[in-house]
Design a protein around this ligand. Structure first.
Ligand code: FAD
Ligand code: UDP
Length: 384
């Protein structure tokens, strides 16, 4: 009946299903265990009529032309250069730390001297990971790095990961480098913005095709069985493709152990006033139990509402009964994942795709790019 079964209707699942159906003319079944599509990008109007992101704030940003063009077929954009502030003992500074932040933190003369030094050392418009900057031989540059480390990274990272910046994969803190320019935006990408009608509406359009059948509220395990290198759908041998975007350790009943994740608890609050913090995101980098507060109206552009909804993010361990959000990539965990991947490779037609399935810290654009490329490969194979 179906050429392909896709497990999960998040970014990875929706993009691959849409491509196989449209470009390949395939009949695709999408099985999603949540009651809705769009995965962690899911957004909806809350009871006060304010658009909220149920699984934390999501901003689209990319420098990949193909990805920008691809999503633009399914949505118009609210052009939005996301800026983040940090609350450092009540003082508000810009994150990432940039030349404007430098001038906010140091007196005029010192800031001018440091700016000269930083531009000479790294070049204007460069982006330096904090752990790299901390190793600079120049004492004054190290002093800036120390300020940034202590006031922006150390306590936030302890909250988010339960570990110090040097104890986690260096690519994680490198996502928020020190920026040697006056660009206050959080991301350095060419395109930044929000789908005008929201992420869910965009993914609805991607999945809206006569060849795609979406079933929500069903766990793949209810209908799919993976046994002795063969896949069964509703008890019958299935010889089509299965694109799996869920947890790979769960797929194989934790045979090699549980892959560790970090989770988050979201606390939504509605406030009967026009504005709570006057901007989209404030990071709490030195105190509080939560890492950041998002005020949705400034993220989505829905600014003309008389009241406001915010969310606070409390990091916690993944226990199996909360949601796995972030893979914890290190040698040991990546080694465990490699065993699961080798096992998955034994199943003809099974492909692991996505943040969970590949145990990888993908942004929306990176996983969309990967999904488009997998579709290219699969469709090429079929032609030959
Ligand atoms: P998911 O969105 O997790 O989708 C996987 C889907 O598979 C889920 O819906 C799940 O229910 C379903 N599933 C799993 N197992 C089964 C099963 N057995 N049966 C049926 N269904 C199953 N990226 C950005 O680019 N910009 C941002 O601003 C940004 N902010 C983020 C903020 C937070 C708090 C988090 C956690 C992530 C953020 N991301 C952001 C990353 C973004 O969420 C991911 O890139 C994206 O969601 C990955 O899509 P995915 O399809 O791989 O996974
Ligand atoms: N980070 C930090 N302080 C900040 C912002 C980020 O210490 O104010 C660190 C923290 O370790 C975080 C990582 O940088 O996990 C990546 O931040 P990003 O905002 O990309 O995280 P995400 O939005 O994916 O949760």
């Amino acid at each position: 009946m179906y050429d392909t079964i896709v497990v999960g209707a998040g970014v990875a699942g929706a993009v691959i299903a849409g491509e196989l159906a449209r470009r390949g003319g395939e009949k695709v079944l999408v099985i999603e265990r949540r009651k809705h599509i769009a995965g962690n990008c899911y957004d909806e109007y809350d009871e006060y009529g304010i658009m909220v992101h149920v699984y934390g704030p999501h901003i689209f940003h990319t420098s990949i032309e193909r990805v920008r063009e691809y999503f633009s077929e399914y949505t118009d954009w609210y052009d939005f250069g996301h800026e983040v502030h940090a609350n450092v003992y009540g003082k508000i500074i810009n994150v990432p730390f940039n030349l404007n932040t430098l001038h906010a933190v140091y007196d005029e003369e010192k800031a001018a001297r440091l700016e000269d030094k930083l531009v000479k050392e790294y070049g204007f418009d460069s982006r330096i990971p904090i752990l790299t900057m901390k190793e600079n031989p120049d004492e004054e540059i190290r002093e800036v790095a120390e300020y940034v480390y202590e006031n922006i990274f150390l306590k936030y990272t302890m909250k988010q990961w339960g570990k110090k910046p040097e104890e986690i994969d260096s690519s994680v803190t490198a996502r928020v480098p020190v920026v040697i320019s006056r660009d206050n935006r959080y991301f350095g990408d060419k395109y930044q913005g929000m789908p005008l009608a929201g992420f869910t509406a965009m993914f609805e359009k991607i999945l809206d095709h006569e060849n795609i059948h979406v079933q929500t509220g069903i766990d793949a395990k209810e209908v799919l069985e993976f046994k002795d290198d063969k896949i069964y759908y509703e008890g019958e041998l299935f010889e089509g493709k299965v694109i799996y975007t869920g947890l790979t350790d769960e797929l194989f009943d934790y045979e090699y152990g549980h892959l560790p994740y970090r989770s988050l608890r979201f606390k939504f609050e509605h406030h009967k006033k026009e504005s709570y913090q006057g901007c989209s995101v404030v990071n709490y980098t030195v105190d509080e139990d939560y890492t950041r507060i998002t005020e949705f109206k400034y993220l989505t552009g829905q600014v003309n509402t008389p009241e406001t909804t915010i969310v606070k993010e409390y990091p916690e361990s993944y226990t199996g009964s909360n949601t796995p959000y972030y893979s914890i990539n290190n040698e040991e965990n990546d080694g465990m994942f490699a065993k699961y991947k080798a096992k998955a490779d034994r199943y003809k037609g099974l492909y692991l795709l996505g943040r969970l399935a590949e145990y990888k810290y993908y942004n929306i654009d990176a996983i969309a790019d990967r999904s488009l490329k997998l579709a290219d490969e699969l469709l090429k194979e079929e032609v030959h």
